[in-house]
Design a binder for this molecule. Sequence first.
Ligand SMILES: Cc1cc2nc3c(=O)[nH]c(=O)nc-3n(C[C@H](O)[C@H](O)[C@H](O)COP(=O)(O)O)c2cc1C
Length: 163
Amino acid sequence: MKMMLTRLIYTSRYVPGNRGPLSDFRAILESSRANNYVHHVTGFLFFDKRNFLQILEGNGLAVDTIFDRIQGDVRHEDIAVIARSRIARRRFAVWAMGGVVRSPVLDPIFADYGILDDFPDNLPEDVIVDFCEDVLKFEDQRLSSRVLRAPTGPAEPLQYRFQ
Ligand SMILES: Cc1cc2nc3c(=O)[nH]c(=O)nc-3n(C[C@H](O)[C@H](O)[C@H](O)COP(=O)(O)O)c2cc1C
């Protein structure tokens, strides 16, 4: 029998600390990747230096456990759940947590979805997921994303593959 998967999508507002937004974002991705990998949770985190949009997918209990922890994180506030649904398959299956920061190179994708001057949180659930997948694939191929690849230190694994 197939495992029933849950997908949770939420937005929140970044609370600046003293590390700076990109450094906070990198740290969040690093712990996300390590923890989510263990729980077979996959997903995507988008950040425009003011707001987060996150998709978490996996076993319902695992997603809720991780989301409980995320909700207590002082690096963001005003957490708003957009959707919590059962899904048939993962859309970010090879990403323990794909991360992208908004930059002008993404403008054509934003234009495709008609949200050039806005944050992608007012779209229908399925369209948000399509948008996130497009953005992640674009940045993955571009390979110059400073967030997907650590600018210093040893090579950070881009993604964790589940067998
Ligand atoms: C916007 C945002 C998204 C986050 N996403 C995740 C996540 O997907 N998985 C995770 O384990 N922690 C995530 N975190 C971090 C957790 O809140 C928490 O800091 C972390 O899980 C602690 O784990 P560690 O002690 O192993 O670093 C997120 C935090 C923020 C602010």
